[in-house]
Design a binder for this molecule. Structure first.
Ligand SMILES: [Zn+2]
Ligand SMILES: [Zn+2]
Length: 336
């Protein structure tokens, strides 16, 4: 049967509450890790980095930023308001453009209605859980007021440390293979770091006072991706410290921070794909993480490293059996 890409019924089903889920069960990633097949595993791991248009957009953004939108080492030797504010402003623009694309298209202009939307409800406009009772304003506040400045602070300190030789600089020209391999695996390093931090954030005291801010978004939107308590931002971006210890080129930690800052927005957009009128589409949400927001005690890892959830018994593959089990668990912990 030929599937019509404009019709979400061809790709998934809606339950009686109108919640959409894909027909295909989630796979455990990275594939070929078990049973282990070395060539296929490496091939898959590399090809995974060139799958979506977003990968290319993010690569171009960080490379252009390093080449043309980052001050020279001479300038960055001392902390000065001019170059610090330039980096902060540059990062604010990137996030506004990225979230703006998803939000305007999917929520303001509703260009695909509810097609491929996991949760049929709109974002909350009268919910006292959110700042000014408005989910969108709340999410924008936590993202722009805390998220971007904390990301930028990590970036500014890292670049200052490179400029002062506090971090060992590796030249891309002299060590291209080493730099390329490191650059390529930054997303996997980030994914592992995210898993560890995320497990920590579900420890009761941290959940209650910190991570709950993010989890108020059961029905997520593009601005929910970095809508965290500032302590969560500090932990979330802290993986950049790895690159203070591992000798590298400054583009590598910048990529770690950019990837961390960019990837969550599409993943939280609430829509599985962003659909165009001609039937073409680009990647949108992350059903793996959507299930985490829905059932709390599952899928702590990003979709790329869901093997970690499989090992520790917290993997939700989207099936009805898994839903029944995790719903019980969430109720017993009073998440629901
Ligand atoms: Zn969580
Ligand atoms: Zn989330």
């Amino acid at each position: 049967m030929i599937k019509n890409p404009l019709n979400d019924n061809d790709f998934g089903k809606r339950d009686k509450r109108g919640h959409w889920s894909p027909f295909k069960k989630l796979t455990v990633n990275p594939v070929y890790l078990y049973p282990f097949h070395p060539f296929k595993f490496i091939f898959n791991l590399i090809m995974n980095k060139f799958k979506s248009i977003w990968d290319y957009i993010f690569y171009i953004t960080v490379i252009v930023s390093w080449l043309f939108l980052t001050p020279s080492f001479d300038t960055m030797k001392n902390f000065e308001i001019s170059w610090i504010s330039f980096i902060l402003f540059r990062n604010l623009i990137f996030i506004i453009l990225l979230c703006g694309f998803f939000h305007l298209r999917l929520y303001t202009f509703k260009m695909q209605g509810n097609a491929f939307k996991y949760n049929p409800k709109p974002l909350d406009k009268n919910n006292s859980n959110f700042f000014l009772n408005n989910q969108l304003i709340d999410n924008i506040f936590y993202t722009l007021f805390w998220g971007v400045p904390i990301w930028s602070t990590y970036e500014i300190i890292t670049l200052w440390a490179f400029a002062n030789n506090t971090i060992t600089y590796v030249s891309w020209e002299l060590h291209p293979i080493y730099c390329c391999v490191l650059f390529l695996f930054v997303a996997d390093i980030q994914s592992l770091h995210f898993y560890l931090v995320h497990r920590l954030l579900h420890w009761k005291p941290l959940y209650k006072y910190v991570h709950k801010i993010h989890h108020r978004n059961v029905n997520t939107g593009a601005w929910s991706g970095l809508s965290f308590h500032p302590l969560e931002h500090l932990l979330f971006f802290s993986g950049v410290f790895i690159f203070w210890l591992v000798p590298c080129h400054p583009l590598i930690p910048m990529w770690f921070l950019f990837w961390s800052a960019f990837a969550p927005h599409g993943g939280h957009s609430g829509y599985d794909i962003v659909l165009f009128k001609n039937g073409k589409y680009i990647r949108g949400g992350d059903y793996n993480h959507h299930l985490h927001h829905k059932y709390f005690e599952c899928n702590y890892s990003g979709a790329g490293t869901s093997i970690l959830d499989k090992i520790f018994g917290t993997f939700h593959d989207g099936s009805n059996e898994a839903t029944i089990a995790f719903r019980k668990k969430a109720k017993s912990k009073k998440y629901l």
